[in-house]
Ligand binder design. Structure first.
Ligand SMILES: [Zn+2]
Length: 379
């Protein structure tokens, strides 16, 4: 089958025409390391390109030799019972349009080691999120040791399939993963939504920065300031309290925010976010970057560290969020539909155009680039 794959050994991304069909291991009776007894064969309809895909193509994931893509939508074409290796003939998800939760738990018991500590956590939902985001030896769709969605077919644990209502288009559905990642900040309860005076800064006006600013606004944060480089993009979120373009920081803004979210993926963005925080404020780091990045690229690290120590600032990492909630938001919130529609710069037609699409996604200033798969290819 056709697929877009990256090989870290050769540092090459290619459109491959003879990638093994994902049912081959089932047919060949190879062991399947998954917590889920049922596996879904998803025929991919549309897939979005994320900065993580671009970072993988720069060597972010050592040893990656897989199909790319973790933001997409498709139809469940078959369900396989991994115990009998037979297809299931009746299931409510058969022929359903779905998005796929990107973290896939392996067969190993999660209660081992780290998981045990989380079970004793008093924070509600921590255990569930641990299982979703941090399951020991998990694989991650198109990122860690698992083929992703930039292919005609993708095999995923059935538990990871989330049905998409008909009111959500393919393009909208392909936003569910990044939208969920933005929503993770709300799930982590980093912002106090009951505090109407709380000031939140979002640094970065790329795809993730926009979705984060939007999610904060629709979740009820009253004072969201958005820092970016392009007025055109900052203007996409009408309800932010202030839009700050470039280095033109208004008087009094430095040291005034309760929460500052770094979503620019740049060392300058980290520095900006830290300086915007008040003493004891919370810095949220949302972006990952290639391991080959210049180690000297984070300027003034000791200055940053001193600021964090002296002013007792809190640093929080934040990654994947609840995709079911994101699908609900896409189905029920007209503002979210409008925003994601405006964020699409181009939809390429067919996996053959994948390299063009990746190149386009990597251009400075581009927002969401997607690939729509053509109908009618045989298994
Ligand atoms: Zn992504």
């Amino acid at each position: 089958m056709k697929a877009i794959a990256y090989d870290d050994d050769t540092a090459e991304v290619r459109v491959v025409h003879d990638w093994p069909h994902p049912l081959e291991p089932i047919r060949d009776h190879e062991p399947i390391d998954s917590k889920s007894q049922y596996q879904a064969l998803v025929k991919v309809k549309q897939v979005g390109i994320c900065n993580t895909d671009l970072e993988i193509c720069k060597g972010y994931v050592k040893g990656f030799r897989n199909v790319l893509g973790h933001e997409g939508v498709g139809v469940v074409e078959q369900i396989i019972d991994t115990r009998t290796r037979e297809a299931v003939t009746e299931h409510e998800l058969l022929s359903q349009r779905v998005v796929v939760e990107i973290n896939c738990p392996c067969a190993e018991n999660a209660d081992a080691v780290l998981g045990h500590r989380v079970q004793s956590s008093s924070i509600p939902g921590d255990k569930e999120v641990f299982d979703r985001n941090h399951y020991p030896r998990r694989t991650v769709l198109g990122i860690i040791a698992r083929d992703g969605l930039m292919a005609e077919y993708c095999l995923v644990p059935l538990d990871n399939c989330i049905p998409v209502p008909s009111s959500v288009s393919d393009t909208e559905a392909a936003f569910s993963e990044p939208l969920a990642a933005a929503y993770r900040i709300i799930e982590q309860r980093i912002c106090n939504l009951d505090n109407k005076d709380e000031r939140v800064a979002v640094v970065g006006d790329g795809k993730l920065g926009l979705l984060i600013a939007h999610v904060l606004v629709v979740s009820g944060c009253k004072h969201v300031w958005h820092f970016g480089r392009h007025k055109r993009k900052l203007d996409l979120i009408a309800e932010t309290e202030q839009k700050v373009v470039g280095d033109d920081i208004p008087d009094g803004a430095i040291g005034s925010f309760d929460v500052a979210i770094e979503a620019s993926g740049s060392p300058e963005g980290v520095k900006r976010a830290v300086e915007l925080l008040r003493p004891m404020g919370t810095l949220v780091l949302k972006t990952t970057c290639s391991l080959d990045a210049d180690p000297a690229s984070l300027p003034h690290w000791s200055q940053l560290a001193n600021d964090i120590v002296v002013n007792e600032k809190v640093v929080r990492g934040s990654r994947c969020g609840p995709q079911r909630t994101a699908v609900e938001l896409l189905a029920n919130d007209p503002r979210t539909k409008t925003l994601v529609g405006q964020m699409v710069d181009h939809v390429y037609d067919g996996l053959e155009e994948g390299l063009l699409a990746l190149e386009h996604a990597g251009r400075r200033g581009s927002l969401k680039i997607m690939v729509r798969l053509r109908e009618g290819t045989a298994v």
